[in-house]
Design a protein around this ligand. Structure first.
Ligand code: NAP
Ligand code: HSE
Length: 430
């Protein structure tokens, strides 16, 4: 059968677009074999055609007019790697209306409007592929959708933001400060255009909502993901955590509990022997527990031009095959329903607490009593040598319902001997 060349239009040619284009050039033959035909890049939308790029692009391919990509009847497939939500959404909707397949790396958009866009795609008898939106080059979307589809997933837990993992690694292993490590992550192209999305945990929350939707067959509302970022983590906490045998990581955790789904992103102390503690720099990892398969872990580069481009090209191969062979794969996410979500205050967690208190007799006893009144049991407690009459106390609790820990903490804050609550982090033992 004579197959036509699949023609592609790009929306954006920054970090991810450049990596994608480089892979298409580097692996042209093998991509064509897998796709079932040649792939041709026909047009590329950018903001500034004069800009220096990380990849050679002929000026004739570049445009600042979205219609040259979206309205061109020859373009079969649109790759959205421009980021942002409003314009990107409008362009994807238009591409679907024009009967084009869509590939996107945009987790913000898929988390906010994925259900609606996928519904439109099904109505248009097209599809949206989004492997690159989570975990850079690590296959996560397909495994959760297909390879682990036989399982009831009990828990997913992972490091799914490269920028924050890079910063925490640089702070803990290379003694760098926060700002220097962030500047490096920006230089290397991992950070979002607005890095507060990485630092405040929103990027990881978007990704968790996408993964949890597939893991738990549920529509997830981004507001249901409890989110805390890494800005409260100091080198002092990293040092004390290490003394106690823990690494500090920004974890995204999704679980299906008897009362509903528990979805959260927060800095977490994990034992240094835990496999996630060995995930450094921009690497990401996702640990999945299924009721048939048991424990599985996915690991690799979670951001950057070539790893993310690798996922985009994999989607491109799938889409091209569907185009070439007229296959419709029905979009399973449309059949997912909402599930109840358990509020974070009702979840069980252990806590790390660092505080400063006056170095007086009875301070330790008062702390223990305040926690005891709310049935918070202490696992470890250490006092550092005091300076100028102020002692630094670091403790770790056993697991407790979160609201009881915070009720006890409110009483401790009000003690006349308490100078400052420096930091509170959750601790996960396994
Ligand atoms: P980027 O380097 O900032 O590139 C964005 C590209 O889109 C640029 O080429 C820019 O044009 C173009 N663009 C942006 N807004 C535009 C507009 N309104 N009209 C026309 N062109 C526009 O971004 P990126 O890092 O590649 O990220 C792209 C997407 O992939 C985002 O959704 C991001 O979250 C996601 N993602 C990124 C990574 C990563 O490692 N960077 C990994 C996974 C997913 P100019 O070049 O002319 O400025
Ligand atoms: N800013 C994201 C990260 C890019 O640091 O993980 C990959 O999605």
């Amino acid at each position: 059968m004579e197959r036509k060349t699949v023609k592609v239009g790009f929306l954006g040619m920054g970090t991810v677009g450049s990596g994608t284009l480089r892979i298409l050039e580097m692996n042209r033959e093998q991509v064509a074999v897998k796709a079932g035909s040649e792939i041709e890049v026909k047009k590329i939308l950018v903001r500034n055609p004069e800009k220096q790029r990380d990849v050679d692009v002929s000026l004739e391919l570049l445009t600042t007019d979205p219609a040259e990509v979206l309205q061109d009847p020859e373009i079969d497939l649109v790759i959205e790697v421009m980021g942002g939500t409003e314009e990107a959404r409008r362009y994807i909707e238009e591409a679907l209306k024009q009967k084009k397949y869509v590939i996107t790396a945009n987790k913000d958009l898929m988390a906010a409007a994925g259900s609606e866009l996928l519904l439109q795609a099904r109505e248009c008898r097209r599809n949206i592929y989004y492997e690159a939106s989570v975990g850079g080059g690590i296959p996560l979307i397909r495994p959760l959708k297909h390879s682990l589809g036989a399982n009831k997933i009990i828990r997913i837990m992972g490091i799914i933001n490269g920028t924050t993992n890079y910063i925490l690694t640089r702070m803990s292993l290379y003694n760098m400060d926060f700002e220097g490590a962030l500047a490096e992550a920006q230089e290397k192209g991992f950070a979002e255009q607005d890095p507060s999305s990485d630092l405040e945990g929103r990027d990881a929350a978007y990704k968790l909502s996408i993964l949890a939707g597939l893991a738990f067959n549920s529509r997830i509302h981004i507001g249901d993901v409890y989110t805390e970022g890494i800005s409260g983590i100091s080198k002092r906490d990293i040092f004390y955590a290490s003394e106690l045998g823990f690494a500090v990581k920004l974890l995204a955790i999704g679980e299906e509990l008897p009362g509903g789904l528990a979805l959260r992103v927060h800095p977490t102390l994990i034992p240094r022997t835990h496999p996630l503690a060995a995930v450094h720099n921009e690497n990401n990892a996702l640990y999945v527990v299924g009721n048939a398969v048991g424990e599985v872990m996915f690991y690799g580069l979670g951001a950057g031009a070539m790893p993310t481009g690798s996922s985009v090209v994999a989607d491109l191969i799938d889409a091209a095959r569907n185009i070439n062979y007229g296959i419709e794969d029905g979009i399973m996410e449309i059949d997912f329903q909402d599930k109840a979500v358990v509020p974070v205050e009702e979840l069980l967690s252990s806590f790390y607490l660092r505080l400063q208190a006056e170095d007086q007799p009875g301070v330790f006893a008062a702390l223990a009593t305040a926690f005891g009144e709310d049935k918070v049991s202490l696992d470890m407690i250490i006092q550092k040598r005091s300076t100028e009459g102020v002692a630094e106390i670091v403790l770790v609790t056993h697991a407790v319902e979160e609201r009881f820990f915070y009720r006890a903490l409110d009483r401790i804050k009000a003690f006349p001997t308490t100078r400052k609550i420096n930091s509170v982090f959750r601790v996960i033992e396994k």
